[in-house]
Write a protein that binds this ligand. Structure first.
Ligand code: FAD
Length: 514
């Protein structure tokens, strides 16, 4: 049997970029449950943040990131993000990512809660696609072994160390085990927990379940970012209308045509995402509508079609010319701030197990992610994962968290006459009761239902059944964390505790009972 130096699970930016670094150091295998192209990364539109502009500095980027995180960012992790970010951008350029330029300089745009223009983009609003295509080409023409349609199901330990990954070959149906020295989980987020989401079908929180079952700590799960502006058209899956559209001057109006954001925040349309998302919910409730409008008709058609060609075309394909008509939008689940707890080297508390990308919680986002920091986080911490994994001394377990912080999932009463567990039922429950606006009552009832469904899980035989099992576990971790946090902070808002409390200036961490 081949022993790999690195088994990497996932083929988004996190998996591919880490693999390209790792191939210089050893034998690398990527397992991915769809085709290599199936991931959230390719849908990223706005771009990647980095302090490379003339009026910008890592210090300014640091301050914006810390402010967005509402008190829960790890200052050391943020410092690393903003200081190492520009070097990783240079690496991406050297790898061949074609960032847009104006007059020979990298073009930078502005997004909400950034104090200066600092977002690099490619192909206008097709940044993720360009990154993904560039990296995957490099991977496919290298020595890296890629197994597509291969679903990782377990991380297996030996003598307190990660030793193997078990996976289901989705085409042949067989179970395989891959021996390795390091496992890097790069499995992305969990937007599929919710009925409305901008995320692709792969975002089912698998990494959370894999890590949790292996004994890793999971943290900050109560913080899930809802993007305010996803296209809301009947029969069309929520399609992201990038924040950069508001950055370029797009304005939100309710269905009566009223421009409401100045009533909610000094920064109006460019307020942080959680503030805008809640304002939309309020306006939709007040006007009895399931959407508001985003208005770009005052921008020149040329600005719209050159700056947002992808969004423009998607809307045209669905019968909407956004240069002339208003865009119906509503919030949708977008980004999982919490995840597998890591230190600033991407290490989990399980020796040999690393996490990178959206599945990891490095501490840079705190209670709310600053737009376009996630792609940057991925490349910055991927490099650090690799640097750390090269160190041979495994005698001491990684320092990640202190035990006294950790909770176990509580037992709960079961709900009699509970409806059948299914993906849609789960997503509707979480959208309705653990969504943008929560309360103790809604969270309690969701927690009871999830615990009941945990006893009704389907046997794991194929991708949908594994994913449903993983979603129920991730949903439980999210709901119990939201119930524990008796305050509102960042993306977590409770009507019964609408204020932020100093007492909750701490993280909620779960681990399997030992
Ligand atoms: C519509 C949209 C727009 C966005 N725009 C931006 C933006 O402009 N800027 C920004 O910074 N961020 C943006 N984000 C967020 C950002 O794109 C993601 O956080 C980032 O791409 C995540 O990368 P990743 O590699 O961690 O995960 P992904 O790209 O989602 O990749 C995860 C990979 O893991 C695989 N996988 C999962 N589970 C398993 C398993 N059990 N076995 C095997 N393989 C598995 C998947 O198939 C996939 O290949 C956006 C997100 C969305 C959805």
């Amino acid at each position: 049997m081949t022993t790999y130096d690195y088994v990497i699970v996932g083929s988004g930016i996190a998996g591919l970029y880490t693999a390209l670094l790792a191939k210089e150091k050893g034998k690398v295998l990527i397992l991915t449950k769809g085709s290599i192209a199936d991931c959230n990364t390719r849908h990223a539109q706005g771009g990647i943040a980095a302090a490379i502009g003339q009026n910008d500095s890592p210090e300014l980027h640091y301050r914006d990131t810390i402010a967005a995180g509402a008190g829960l960012c790890d200052p050391e992790a943020v410092r690393i993000l903003v200081e190492e970010g520009p070097q990783r951008i240079t690496d991406l350029i050297n790898i061949g990512v074609p960032f847009d330029t104006t007059e020979g300089q990298i073009a930078l745009t502005r997004e909400a809660a950034h104090s200066v223009p600092r977002i690099l983009h490619a192909g206008g609003d097709a940044t993720g696609e360009h990154i993904e295509v560039t990296l995957s080409r490099r991977v496919l023409y290298s020595t890296i072994n890629v197994l597509e349609y291969c679903l990782a199901t377990d991380v297996l330990m030996e003598n307190g160390q990660v030793r193997r990954v078990r996976a289901l070959d989705l085409r042949g149906g067989s179970t395989e085990e891959f021996e390795c020295r390091n496992v890097i989980l790069a499995t992305g987020g969990g937007g599929r927990l919710f009925k409305y989401t901008t995320n692709s079908e792969v975002a089912t929180g698998d990494g959370i379940a894999l890590a949790y079952k292996a004994g890793a700590e999971i943290t900050d799960m109560e913080f899930f970012q809802f993007h305010p502006t996803a296209l809301r058209l009947p029969g069309v899956a929520p399609f992201l209308i990038s924040e950069a559209v508001r950055g370029e001057g797009g304005l939100l109006r309710n269905v009566e045509g009223y421009r409401f954001m100045p009533d909610y925040a000094p920064k109006a349309d460019l307020a942080p995402r959680d503030v805008v998302a809640r304002a939309l919910v309020n306006e939709m409730r007040k006007t009895g509508s399931d959407h508001v409008f985003l208005d770009v008709t005052h921008l020149s058609p040329q600005t719209i079609t050159t700056r947002f060609p992808h969004i423009y075309q998607f809307c045209i394909d669905h019968g909407l010319d956004i240069t002339k008509g208003l865009i119906p939008v509503a919030p949708a689940a977008h980004y999982m701030m919490g995840g597998i707890r890591t230190n600033v080297w991407g290490e989990t508390n399980v020796p040999g197990l690393f996490a990178v990308g959206e599945t990891a919680c490095t501490g840079v986002h705190g209670a709310n992610r600053l737009a376009s920091n996630s792609l940057l986080e991925t490349v910055v911490f991927a490099k650090r994962v690799l640097d750390k994994s090269l160190l041979e001394d495994r005698s001491t377990p990684p320092t990640v968290a202190s035990d006294r912080d950790c909770q176990v999932l509580p037992g709960r009463r079961t709900v009699s006459g509970a409806p059948q567990l299914g993906l849609f039922a789960l997503q509707s429950l979480l959208w309705g009761k653990v969504g943008i606006v929560r309360s103790g009552e809604s969270l309690e009832s969701a927690a009871d239902m999830l615990a009941t469904w945990e006893g009704m899980l389907p046997p794991t035989t194929d991708r949908p059944s594994y994913e449903l099992n993983n979603l129920v576990l991730a949903g439980r971790l999210m709901t119990e964390a939201a119930l524990s946090r008796k305050e509102s902070r960042g993306a977590h808002f409770r009507t019964d505790f609408p204020r932020t409390s100093q007492r909750w200036l701490r993280h909620i961490v779960f681990r399997t009972p030992s």
